[in-house]
Design a protein. Structure first.
Length: 388
């Protein structure tokens, strides 16, 4: 589809980036729609910052193409790309006022003093720092400095704003406040934001589109809600959080649900739709932590389990305000977590070391794409269908 000159659609097309013998990004393709807020999410070393730097023009792809508004920007300087970068350190000039920090990029482009200050004051008002225009950065709080850096990045009217861990230097209170500010400004301006973070809740909170990365490739790119409630595979489920991963061997399939034998005697029911996985084949699923119910086991009692239930000891308890995070030690190595509503927990509180049984409904389990599903009805040599 042809793009207008002002479009902020970003297309990363088959990009590979090597640093010597190390491949940081491997044949990666991604389209970020114009006007969206996209978060690149992943652990250190997964390639997310490398992608941001290639979009900005600070790094050149070893192969592949990067397009903004439908046009290749490989080899173009930042001023011709229509991008601006907001760095993790903010990189403010300590000897310049807030006004002159924000106006600096226009000064470098030869804009007159009156015009650049007028534009800078507009943006300072937008980030609600009018009273601080004449202060130096050292006289501001961390959150105020962050807003100065945001205004400075926006003064050139970029089509795409690139944010490299913009909230990592802030305390928790300011981080929560400033992520709301970023989202507000992005919606008001209607330009594309590409935000790199390793913080799962930050990505879920601000983004229209979350791209979960691992070792230079994309594991899943989807809406923030889909990433959280319908992770594609076990890696995404574990990294984003909010989910427990279930795995085992198929015992039988009936009415679109597979009975799966997990380790140490646990048995799960995992919906598989129209597929009929072969007996003995591996199957993976996930269950949201807030869909798990916890029951205390009386001393000496033998718990009744059945499908979709695990027995373990309470390992840690963390009060999160509206819920209590209960982490269980199971007989296997897999961590299992339940988010118990605060009123339910404190009506029947648990203690560390107590034995409990955790239960959930089969209808809340999501099938994960971690193994090819071999169908009982598939003829020999047929191509296996991938679970989606």
């Amino acid at each position: 589809m042809s793009q207008t000159t002002g479009s902020g659609e970003v297309a990363v097309v088959g990009v590979t980036k090597r640093f010597g013998e190390t491949t940081a990004v491997k044949e990666l393709s991604l389209t970020i729609p114009h006007g969206s807020y996209c978060c690149l999410l992943g652990p250190s070393g997964c390639g997310k910052t490398t992608i941001l730097r290639m979009i900005a023009g600070h790094e050149k792809p070893s192969s592949g193409d990067i397009r903004i508004g439908g046009q290749s920007v490989i080899g173009l300087p930042q001023v011709q790309r229509g991008t601006a970068m907001m760095f993790q350190s903010y990189a403010l000039f300590p000897h310049r006022s807030v006004l002159d920090n924000v106006a600096f990029a226009l000064k470098m482009r030869g804009v007159g003093l009156a015009d650049r200050h007028a534009k800078a004051r507009e943006l300072i008002e937008k980030v609600q720092l009018e009273k601080f225009a004449d202060r130096l950065p050292g006289q501001l709080s961390g959150g105020q400095q962050q807003r100065v850096a945001l205004a400075r990045a926006l003064i050139t009217n970029p089509r795409v704003l690139l944010l490299d861990e913009p909230l990592s230097a802030l305390d928790e209170f300011l981080r929560l406040r400033m992520r709301g500010e970023l989202r507000r400004v992005q919606k008001e301006l209607g330009i594309t934001f590409v935000h790199v973070t390793h913080t799962q809740l930050e990505a879920i909170a601000v983004a229209d589109m979350v791209v979960v990365m691992a070792q230079g490739h994309i594991e899943q790119a989807a809406s923030a809600r889909d990433i959280f409630v319908a992770p594609r595979n076990a890696y995404v489920a574990r990294f984003v959080g909010g989910q427990n991963v279930l795995s085992g061997s198929v015992e039988s399939t009936m009415n679109g649900v597979a009975a799966v034998a997990g380790r140490n005697g646990a048995r799960y029911a995992i919906p598989v739709g129209d597929q009929r996985p072969m007996r003995g084949s591996p199957l993976w699923g996930s269950i949201r932590r807030d869909r798990v119910a916890i029951e205390k086991i009386a001393p000496g009692a033998k718990p009744s389990t059945g499908l979709n239930a695990v027995v373990g000891e309470v390992h840690t308890l963390e009060n999160q305000g509206t819920y209590v995070k209960v982490t269980l030690d199971l007989a296997n190595d897999e961590e299992f977590v339940a988010h118990v509503p605060d009123d339910s927990f404190f009506a029947q509180p648990l203690d560390i070391g107590e034995r409990v049984v955790a239960r959930w409904s089969a209808s809340d389990v999501k099938l994960l794409d971690d193994a090819l599903i071999a169908s009982d009805s598939a003829p020999a040599g047929a191509v296996m269908a991938t679970a989606r």
